[in-house]
Design a protein around this ligand. Structure first.
Ligand SMILES: Cc1ncc(COP(=O)(O)O)c(C=O)c1O
Length: 429
C-alpha cells in the first residue's frame, strides 16, 4: 500500500496541531509509523486520502455500532440540520432520548446531557463530592475516564498513599485527592477502605476496562466495591462511556447485575456525534443545578444534531443486533485462538460483548501491570501487518477493538485471512 498522501497530510497537520493531531493516540506514535488520513467511512470500511480502504475495528473508538454513515443516522441528522443545528434552548428530542436511556439504564432515574465522556466523568465526580460533602475520589490503575485533572493520576507507592499526576499541569493539590488502586485486587481495595473509607466521595470504575486493552473486572471484586461504597456512604460511579450498548445491550450494569449510584455514558448514545450523559438516583441528581447546588452547564449540551443521531442509532440497534455482534466476536475468538495455536504464538483474545482485544501474553491479562508486561513489540508488528493488509485496529495495545452491524461474513473471512498471514510473519522473525 502507498501512504504518500497521508504522509503529506500529516506534514501539513503538524504545522497546525501539536503532533499533527487533535487527540494523541491518532498520531500512531506507539506504533512508530505515520498515521493514515481519512477521506470517508462507509459501512464497515474507512477510506484514506491515498485511496486505500480498511476494514475498521476502531469505529471512531466505539460509537459506530451501525457502522459508518448508516443511512438512517445520516437522514436523521440531515432532517434535523434543516430545522436548525443548535438552539441553546430545550427540545422534545432531548426528552425522547433521555427516556430511551432511562429505559435501557433504569439506575439513571434522572440524567443530564453533556458533550463528551470527559465532561460526563468530571461532572459525575463533582456531583459525588457535592452530594457526600467529601473530597476523595478512588479510581483504578489502567482505567481511563477522560482527561479531567482528577483522573490523570497514578498510584503512589502503597495503597494508602496519595496520588501523583501523570500529566504536567495538574496541581499536586488536586492529584492528592485521587487514590488509584490496582484493578481486580480485592486485598488492596479492602485495605484502602479500612483506612480511608470515610473520606471517599466516589469510586469510579470502568466495569469492563477498555483502556488497558480489554480487561473485564472480576464479578466478586465489583460486587465488593458495591458493598464497601454502600457501607462507607460513598457513591459508586460506573463509567460506561465505552461499555454502554457494548458490554451488554444495557451496558455492564446489566451484565453484572450491579446498580451504580451514577452512570456516565457517551460514544454509542451520540451515534458518532459529540454527546454524553451522566445520571443516577433521583435523590442524587436533585443536587444538580438548577435544582441543587452542584453547578454544571453547557452551550451545546443536548445538541439537536447529536440527539437526532443518538436516537436514530439506538432506535435501529436492537438486542438481536447486539447478539449478532457478540456472535461475530465469539467466532473470531475461536478462529484467532486456533491460528495462535497453529503458529505457537502466545495470544490472549480477551472479549466482552462486542468489545475485544488481543494481547501477546502467555497468561490472561487481569490488570494494568499484566497489560504492560505483554509483548508490545509483537503487538506493534501485528498492528502494522494488519494495516498493510487493509485491516485497521487501534494503534495501541491499550485500546479495544469494536465491531458493528456492518461486519458480516465477508469481513469475518477477510479478518481471519489477514490474521493468518500476520501471525505467520510474526513467527518467522
Ligand atoms: C471509559 C471512558 N471514559 C471516558 C472517556 C472520555 O471520553 P471522551 O473522549 O469523549 O472525552 C473515554 C474515552 O475513550 C472512555 O473510554
Amino acid at each position: 500500500m502507498e501512504y504518500v498522501e497521508s504522509t503529506k497530510a500529516f506534514y501539513e497537520a503538524q504545522k497546525v496541531f501539536p503532533g499533527g493531531v487533535n487527540s494523541p493516540v491518532r498520531a500512531f506514535g506507539a506504533m512508530e509509523r505515520d498515521p493514515i488520513f481519512i477521506e470517508k467511512g462507509e459501512g464497515a470500511y474507512l477510506y484514506d486520502v491515498d485511496g486505500n480502504h480498511y476494514l475498521d475495528y476502531v469505529l471512531s473508538w466505539g460509537p459506530l455500532v451501525l457502522g459508518h454513515s448508516d443511512s438512517r443516522v445520516v437522514d436523521a441528522i440531515v432532517e434535523q440540520a434543516n430545522k436548525g443545528t443548535s438552539y441553546g434552548a430545550t427540545t422534545p428530542i432531548e426528552t425522547e432520548l433521555g427516556i430511551l436511556l432511562q429505559s435501557l439504564y433504569p439506575s439513571m432515574e434522572q440524567l443530564r446531557f453533556v458533550n463528551s465522556g470527559t465532561e460526563a466523568t468530571m461532572s459525575a465526580i463533582r456531583l459525588a463530592r457535592g452530594y457526600t460533602g467529601r473530597k476523595r475520589i478512588v479510581k483504578f490503575s489502567g482505567c481511563y475516564h477522560g482527561h479531567g485533572d482528577s483522573f490523570l493520576v497514578e498510584a503512589g507507592s502503597g495503597v494508602a498513599t496519595y496520588g501523583t499526576s501523570n500529566s504536567a499541569g495538574v496541581p499536586e493539590e488536586i492529584a492528592n485527592l485521587t487514590s488509584t488502586l490496582p484493578y481486580n485486587d480485592m486485598a488492596a481495595l479492602e485495605d484502602f477502605f479500612e483506612l480511608h473509607g470515610n473520606e471517599v466521595a466516589g469510586v469510579i470504575i470502568e466495569p469492563v476496562a477498555g483502556n488497558m486493552g480489554l480487561v473485564p473486572s472480576n464479578y466478586i471484586f465489583l460486587q465488593r466495591i458495591r458493598q464497601l461504597t454502600e457501607e462507607f456512604g460513598a457513591l459508586l460511579i460506573f463509567d460506561e462511556v465505552m461499555t454502554g450498548s457494548r458490554a451488554a445491550y444495557r451496558g455492564a450494569q446489566e451484565a453484572y447485575s450491579i446498580q451504580p449510584d451514577i452512570t456516565t455514558l457517551a460514544k454509542v448514545i451520540g451515534g458518532g456525534l459529540p454527546c454524553a450523559a451522566y445520571g443516577g438516583k433521583r435523590e442524587i441528581m436533585a443536587f444538580v443545578s438548577p435544582l441543587g447546588s452542584v453547578y454544571q452547564a453547557g452551550t451545546l449540551s443536548g445538541n439537536p444534531l447529536a440527539m437526532a443521531a443518538g436516537l436514530a442509532t439506538l432506535k435501529n440497534y436492537h438486542e438481536e443486533d447486539f447478539n449478532q455482534l457478540v456472535n461475530y466476536v465469539e467466532r473470531l475468538k475461536e478462529a484467532v485462538l486456533s491460528l495462535a495455536e497453529q503458529y505457537a504464538l502466545p495470544v490472549q483474545f480477551q472479549s466482552f460483548g462486542s468489545m475485544f482485544s488481543i494481547f501477546f501474553s502467555e497468561t490472561p491479562v487481569e490488570n494494568y501491570a499484566d497489560a504492560q508486561a505483554s509483548n508490545q513489540e509483537m503487538f506493534k508488528r501485528f498492528f502494522s501487518g494488519l494495516l498493510d493488509l487493509g485491516i485497521y485496529i487501534p494503534p495501541s495495545q491499550y485500546e479495544t477493538l469494536f465491531v458493528s452491524t456492518k461486519h458480516g461474513e465477508v469481513e469475518f473471512q477477510l479478518t481471519v485471512e489477514a490474521i493468518d498471514k500476520v501471525f505467520q510473519s510474526l513467527c518467522r522473525k
